[in-house]
Write a protein that binds this ligand. Structure first.
Ligand code: COA
Length: 227
């Protein structure tokens, strides 16, 4: 990744495909947007601004991480990472899309490499594939270290990528365990119920706990291996 989107536009013209994290709205507004974005186009609220630009500009205003794949000074792909409020310090891949004519040429891979190369936090995502690409999408995310936490016939797969940093992993384990205790306290007015026997019943009580139980298992297996 080059250092700044603005410098790259100024000095290189961006004839080749490059991926940047956009730090301000001006960078985004100065670029063209390719045709062929369909997935998140209806998330726009601003009339007169192309839907994808409007969505990306809003996310910058919300302090999200916005990664752009740019070719010929045109946005051909993007990935947006926001805060995941359910656990401290965790993030969520909210959106990723490559314009249709650019798919299959490695643009999505470049975007995801920038995301995981720059953000070593717990990253959660909900896999929402196009019809016919269900397995392709899971395979795509697995390449970057994402694992399936929960999946059923009626709910889309929730995937996660754990941080590589050991201290972050331990902190995450602490946060997951604390959330079990907090929930137990909220629900039963005691800290001990959920941590001791309630994990088995937690998914029926609160959907998030399906995710947390699976997360706890994955983190524990890594920490056990490390010793
Ligand atoms: C998923 C997506 C971002 C991948 O971008 P890309 O530039 O095509 O990806 P790459 O060229 O780097 O990688 C290609 C891989 O993506 C997978 N892929 C191709 N088209 C796909 C599609 N429509 N949906 C999911 N995965 C797809 C293929 O498995 C391919 O692997 P292969 O090379 O082994 O065949 C892109 O296909 C897309 O924008 N899809 C529509 C929006 C979407 O599904 N977003 C995710 C919502 S959670």
């Amino acid at each position: 990744m080059l250092k700044s989107l603005e410098d790259a536009i100024k000095y290189r013209g961006l004839l080749f495909l490059e991926v940047f994290e956009a730090k301000n709205q001006e960078g985004i507004l100065s670029l063209e947007v390719s045709d062929g974005f369909t997935w998140y186009s209806n998330w726009s609220l601003d009339s007169g601004v192309p839907p994808i630009k409007s969505f990306l500009v809003r996310r910058i205003a919300d302090s999200a991480h916005v990664f752009l794949a740019i070719k010929d000074a045109m946005i051909v792909g993007f990935a947006v990472v926001i805060v995941w409020p359910k656990l401290p310090g965790c993030k969520m891949l909210e959106a990723i899309e490559v314009a249709k004519t650019f798919r299959g040429g490695g643009v999505g891979t470049k975007l995801m490499s920038a995301v995981v190369g720059n953000l070593d936090d717990l990253l959660i995502l909900t896999a929402l594939p196009e019809a016919g690409h269900e397995e392709d999408l899971l395979k795509f995310y697995r390449q970057f270290g994402f694992i399936v936490l929960t999946r059923s016939e009626v709910r889309p797969a929730i995937m996660a990528r754990l941080p590589n940093d050991l201290e972050k992993l331990k902190t995450l384990m602490g946060s997951v365990e604390k959330s079990f205790e907090d929930y137990s306290y909220e629900r039963f007015n005691t800290k001990s119920v959920l941590p001791i026997w309630g994990r088995r019943y937690a998914p029926w009580l609160n959907y998030d706990y399906d995710i947390f139980i699976s997360l706890e298992k994955e983190i524990k297996s890594i920490l056990d291996k490390i010793g």
